[in-house]
Design a protein around this ligand. Structure first.
Ligand SMILES: [Zn+2]
Length: 288
């Protein structure tokens, strides 16, 4: 698809999406424009606001906030921004307090055939800053082994892209703890991988956005300004991953979509996707 065709498709989509209300006349496309019912989405993202789950309610109050609420608020804002960027968003739960096991969360992502399963959490323990995890080993839970080698490789790729974009967007507001295999987490260390990774048949990335046990981290995610910076940084990371994927084997490669907003996001990313720096995260206590 050429740039011109892409713009026409986009314009036509905007016309279709601006549906007339009562008493209004339907929009008539200018000559030469082909109306399409809807452009293919840039991708499908399953957002997983962590807790309550079989391990933890997420309702412990630390420095005036609860993890379950921060995860939920970030997910809601990311959903709105991603949908504006032509991404289909599926959630793993319908409201903040809904109990969903980690197996069910992965199954929701699988059922949606998500291009990315992004799990939102806040850590607690000795430490500060943002940390990303991806499955790096096959694990075992309830007689099930997983995830597959493809899921592991693609999850690491996604984690590094989302990490790099997110850290760039945060502009040093929080320490960067890098992206690591989830066998380094407490439950991942026992099972080989987190439960949500073992059952995932989609690329899966877990982000511990802050340490709520650290006063300055909690203040950052509690403030609407800090939380919005987190939302926008993670959203830029997700769009960067989806865009790179779309150019590799997705709708762009198939000539179905030209996503200008996402291309702009990707253009501003650092060229290097080197592994994260030498910082090791503190022992992680959040039981996801
Ligand atoms: Zn958590």
């Amino acid at each position: 698809m050429t740039l011109r065709h892409g713009v026409i498709l986009l314009a036509a989509t905007i016309l279709v999406s601006a549906r007339p209300g009562r008493g209004q006349r339907a929009a008539v496309p200018p000559p030469g424009l082909r109306l399409v019912e809807s452009a293919p989405a840039l991708g499908v993202v399953c957002l997983d606001p962590g807790h309550p789950s079989e391990n933890n309610s997420g309702r412990a109050v630390q420095h005036g906030v609860t993890e379950v609420e921060m995860n939920w608020l970030v997910a809601m804002r990311m959903k709105a921004l991603l949908e504006q960027a032509n991404v289909k968003v599926v959630l793993t739960k319908a409201n903040m307090d809904q109990f969903v096991t980690n197996q069910r969360r992965a199954e929701a992502a699988n059922a949606a055939r998500a291009n990315l399963f992004l799990r939102l959490h806040c850590d607690t323990g000795k430490g500060s800053g943002i940390t990303f995890y991806y499955p790096n080993r096959e694990g075992q839970k309830g007689g099930v082994r997983g995830p597959s080698a493809w899921v592991r490789a693609e999850s690491e790729r996604a984690a590094r892209i989302v990490h790099d974009a997110a850290v760039k967007g945060l502009q040093g507001a929080l320490p960067d703890n890098g992206a690591h295999g989830d066998d380094r987490t407490r439950i991942g260390g026992k099972q080989g991988a987190l439960t949500g990774s073992i059952y995932a048949r989609t690329p899966v990335v877990l982000v511990e956005m802050v340490y709520l046990s650290k006063r300055t981290d909690a203040a950052f995610i509690r403030s609407s300004r800090g939380r919005e910076a987190m939302v926008r940084s993670l959203t830029a990371g997700v769009l960067a991953y989806l865009t790179k994927r779309a150019y590799r084997n997705g709708p762009v490669a198939r000539g179905q979509l030209f996503p200008p907003a996402a291309v702009e996001v990707a253009r501003r990313l650092p060229a290097s996707l080197e592994p994260a720096g030498p910082r090791r995260p503190a022992r992680r206590r959040d039981l996801v």
